[in-house]
Write a protein of this length. Structure first.
Lengths: 259, 275, 383
């Protein structure tokens, strides 16, 4: 059913929405364009160049930070996806005392401002005298990713047709076989979706990581952030564009996979 | 099955928060450490003007951000919902959500590039001879607001869209049939029915904005500190961890209070599964 | 016909029969929270029979089926399969397979994968799987569809895949949960005939759940009519139709004209029921000898309608035609008798309409056609 509009109303709405899309994408576009700009300072277009890309790709500190980010992201994604899927499953299938409480606790990291998590974890690490390094970062990332994975997997489970499991059992599959051959393959897209979110959250995280990272374990967002605050080299533009490109590719690849 | 999650969250989420609470009642020791000497001074300290200002500013900024996002976001969500085919709607929605997947820091940085002295806006304005010297756009309150709206607009549009989609169009047609014009139909039928979405979107924007750090840090000046910046400042520069903890805890209480209000008066299970 | 009622009568009276009992349910109860879905149900199902459980929604028929499948456990009572107690046997170890109402085809597998599922679990050799799957697909007329995915199939085809998937395992009992509900009328009627002939050919015991009384009458060897968790009556289709025991059964299967009143001994082998408003209906003695309050029933098609009063010793009532509905093969008339609305079905003998509204007519029927509803509760099986 379509909404009936007066013509004027409709085109005003359309115009507004176009502006919104332009608003959302123009800054990114500008950044990408400027990353190829020859000029060192200012925004005047002086010519096309890949210099800035070469600059950051040759910077070992940046490459090191990238390596750290990838290690942390992969590790935390792996752990949080498993834990998150398990908990989503349990919440969906079983009822147990304290379920409501767990439900609320699970949602808290999603809505809570990052700074709180960062601060409290730092304090915790200091008290138990845990040396800050890559592991402390991974632990922190898992802590906030579990909830996101759980939400996504739960959404997928919510629409899952239980009679499929019943049919499998009726045909002779025991509960384990049913899970492996029927349930899991069908919720896999949800699990992958959750993993993807976990990866992106970890790879992109700045604030929490800034608190719990050790001196030798700089991640890419931290490196980039300090460059943004203090340096003005256009290689930041190039680096930023690469990061954007990377996430876009990841997203599109996952969309294809899940089809 | 739930124990790994339970343990992890308990250990690395709840307990740290508890420790932070304890710290907030402690005192700062001479060399920047922490001394257990029960006091509520840290909380009282917040009432001092230089500390109260960022707190109040955060509320103000969060409110402004939410309102702007709502005003901009509602028509956009409405427009997407009014598209004829599901395919188009999904694509349009995806385009709104897509920026969320990109790095927040990078997205905020893009505005630095646009607003700074040698940035895009100033360059264009000077080239067109509209101004003689560059405008101070960066490191201002306005820049912070722009950056915040930019960052959180998708969070407002998404729940709004879901809510608007759910409204059975026959309600609107019935209202029309009964004599209401466009405006009346909107205010009396559409708006109330989409209230859950408005509330959900507002919460999704307001709460994170309260605790914002990156945006005011990159785009704002020294005078535009928000709670997040203040807390970070206390921890990293001033090294007054107890005071930083007290501030954090105040923020936490406010967030929890707002969530409680939401659950009481606004939330329903469907919005939670909106993913 | 004679064999059928003979056997059913023997079953009623609990006499041991040389028939093979495949499924036996003894006094089973199943509760869901406050609701008693299955209320002390007992029955026996014989090898190779097409057994239907018929009833309105919420009567417990699906719950009963799921108890047989092992998808639910009874709260009390016993369930036997081929003589073995299976109360605690989980569904994946029962030699029973089910065709689900929504088909429950695995969307991530093609037709072959779906049908072969049970065989693969049992670790049957690939060659044998291929053989059995293709044979079963042929049986349900889906040869060559092995590589299609469920979402590419029509409703009728999906239904047949679900059937094949269950049958290929050669279970001793096949359970069917309203499998034809989602199909359109024409397809449903075709499938009813197909299912019946399939069952006869394979000789597998079918336990079929439905709310469609016509369907149950068409396909079944015996029908159990359920209501609110209990079996009201169990018998062959003709028994259920011609000799319903309760008002509920009489009304659920077909249309009935009911008279309630006091039954007294008449002359010889006839009893007479007198209603409060003075209508007299004569009933044959038969097996039931009851005097007192009773309800009797006469089926619309058994009533003759004429403009002249019949002379024979039959039940006669006079009334006025209120409505004439032309249904093609039959004419349905609503006749007002003393304020009661009786439904009469006349065969469409001739083209010229015989009756019209407001006519005064005589309704008559054989005394032997009147049926006494012998009880309200009917757990027919006493084991």
């Amino acid at each position: 059913m379509e909404l009936r509009h007066f013509r004027l109303h409709d085109s005003a709405l359309k115009f507004h929405s176009w502006l919104v899309y332009i608003f959302l994408y123009l800054p990114i576009l500008i950044l990408v364009i400027l990353s190829f700009n020859k000029a060192r300072i200012g925004s005047v277009w002086t010519g096309f160049t890949l210099d800035w890309y070469r600059e950051f790709m040759g910077d070992t500190s940046i490459l090191n930070a990238l390596k750290n980010s990838l290690i942390v992201a992969i590790a935390s994604t792996f752990i949080s996806t498993i834990i998150g899927t398990l908990v989503a499953f349990a919440m969906n299938r079983f009822s147990f005392p304290g379920r409501r409480v767990l439900d609320s606790v699970l949602y808290m990291p999603i809505i809570m401002p990052d700074i709180l998590m960062g601060i409290s974890l730092l304090t915790f690490y200091v008290i138990i005298r845990f040396t800050l390094g890559l592991i402390s970062i991974v632990v922190a990332h898992v802590a906030f990713s579990i909830s996101f994975v759980a939400v996504v997997v739960r959404a997928r489970l919510h629409g899952y047709d239980r009679t499929l499991d019943e049919a499998a059992m009726d045909l002779g599959a025991n509960p384990f076989q049913t899970f492996m051959k029927v349930t899991f393959p069908l919720i896999l897209p949800g699990v992958i979706g959750g993993a993807l979110i976990a990866f992106t959250l970890s790879f992109d995280d700045y604030l929490i990581t800034s608190f719990v990272a050790g001196t030798g374990s700089t991640t890419l967002p931290i490196k980039v952030y300090s460059m943004m605050k203090f340096g003005v080299t256009p290689s930041i533009n190039a680096l930023s564009t690469m990061i954007l490109f990377f996430t876009m590719v990841l997203l599109l690849a996952s969309q294809r996979l899940l089809r | 099955m739930i124990s790994p999650a339970l343990l992890w969250l308990l250990l690395f989420f709840l307990i740290p928060l508890g420790i932070m609470l304890v710290y907030s009642f402690c005192q700062r020791s001479r060399y920047g450490g922490v001394v257990w000497d029960f006091t509520i001074n840290n909380y009282l300290k917040v009432s001092k003007p230089i500390y109260l200002k960022p707190v109040l500013r955060s509320f103000w900024v969060a409110t402004v951000n939410t309102v702007i996002c709502l005003l901009i976001g509602y028509p956009a969500a409405y427009y997407i919902s009014s598209r004829p085919t599901v395919k188009v709607k999904n694509i349009l929605l995806l385009l709104i959500i897509l920026p969320l997947w990109t790095n927040f820091v990078v997205r905020t940085y893009a505005w630095m590039v646009i607003l700074r002295e040698g940035g895009v806006i100033n360059t264009i304005l000077m080239k067109l001879n509209l101004i003689e010297k560059p405008l101070e756009l960066l490191f201002t309150k306005k820049a912070v607001i722009i950056g915040l709206v930019y960052g959180y607009l998708p969070f407002m549009i998404w729940p709004l869209y879901v809510s608007i989609e759910k409204v059975d169009r026959s309600f609107l047609e019935a209202a029309n049939d009964l004599g209401a014009n466009r405006l009346q139909t909107f205010f009396r039928v559409m708006l109330p029915l989409t209230l859950p979405g408005i509330v959900a979107g507002s919460i999704l924007v307001f709460i994170p904005t309260l605790g914002a750090f990156v945006t005011p840090d990159l785009l704002g000046g020294a005078k535009d500190m928000m709670i997040g910046n203040l807390i970070q400042n206390q921890y990293v520069k001033v090294r007054n961890w107890p005071f930083g903890s007290a501030l954090s805890f105040i923020l936490l209480i406010i967030v929890l209070a707002l969530l409680l209000l939401y659950v009481r008066f606004g939330g329903n299970e469907e919005t939670e599964y909106g993913t | 016909m004679l064999n059928e009622s003979f056997r059913s009568n023997l079953v009623y009276s609990g006499i041991y029969v040389l028939e093979n009992v495949t499924v036996q349910v003894k006094d089973v109860v199943k509760r869901f929270g406050e609701v008693v879905a299955v209320d002390h149900v007992s029955l026996k199902i014989f090898a190779g029979e097409f057994f239907s459980i018929l009833g309105p929604s919420g009567c417990g028929k699906t719950s009963l089926l799921r108890l047989l499948a092992g998808l639910e456990e009874p709260d009390s009572g016993e369930i036997f399969l081929d003589g073995k107690l299976i109360n605690t046997t989980p569904s994946y170890r029962r030699d029973v397979n089910m065709v689900f109402q929504n088909y429950a085809l695995f969307p991530h597998m093609n037709v072959y994968g779906n049908v072969a599922f049970g065989l693969r679990i049992k670790k049957v050799k690939k060659g044998e799987i291929d053989d059995r799957v293709s044979k079963t697909l042929e049986l349900v007329e889906l040869s060559g569809m092995g590589s299609r995915k469920p979402r590419q199939l029509s409703g009728g085809q999906q239904q047949r895949v679900a059937l094949a998937r269950a049958l290929v395992n050669e279970p001793s009992v096949l359970l069917l949960d309203e499998p034809l509900g989602a199909l359109d009328l024409k397809l449903r009627k075709e499938m009813q005939i197909e299912l019946k002939s399939l069952q006869k050919r394979l000789g597998i015991t079918f336990v079929y759940v439905t709310h469609d009384q016509e369907e149950a009458l068409t396909m079944s060897d015996r029908i159990a009519v359920m209501r609110s968790g209990s079996i009201e009556q169990l018998g062959s289709p003709s028994q259920i139709y011609e000799e319903p025991k309760t008002e509920f059964v009489a009304n659920f299967i077909g249309v009935s004209n009911l008279f309630s009143g006091y039954l007294t001994n008449g002359n010889g082998s006839t009893l007479t029921l007198t209603t409060p408003d003075g209508i007299e209906v004569k009933v044959c003695d038969g097996n039931i000898k009851q005097i007192g309050d009773a309800t009797v029933m006469i089926r619309p098609e058994k009533i003759q309608i004429s403009l002249h009063k019949p002379e024979d010793d039959v039940n006669v009532l006079c009334g006025k035609i209120e409505q004439v509905i032309y249904l093609g093969t039959v004419i349905q008339l609503t006749v007002d008798v003393n304020g009661r609305k009786l439904v009469v079905l006349e065969r469409n003998y001739s083209k010229a309409p015989e009756f019209e509204e407001s006519q005064e007519v005589f309704l008559s029927w054989d005394i032997s056609s009147t049926v006494i509803l012998s009880g309200s509760q009917g757990n027919a099986e006493k084991s």
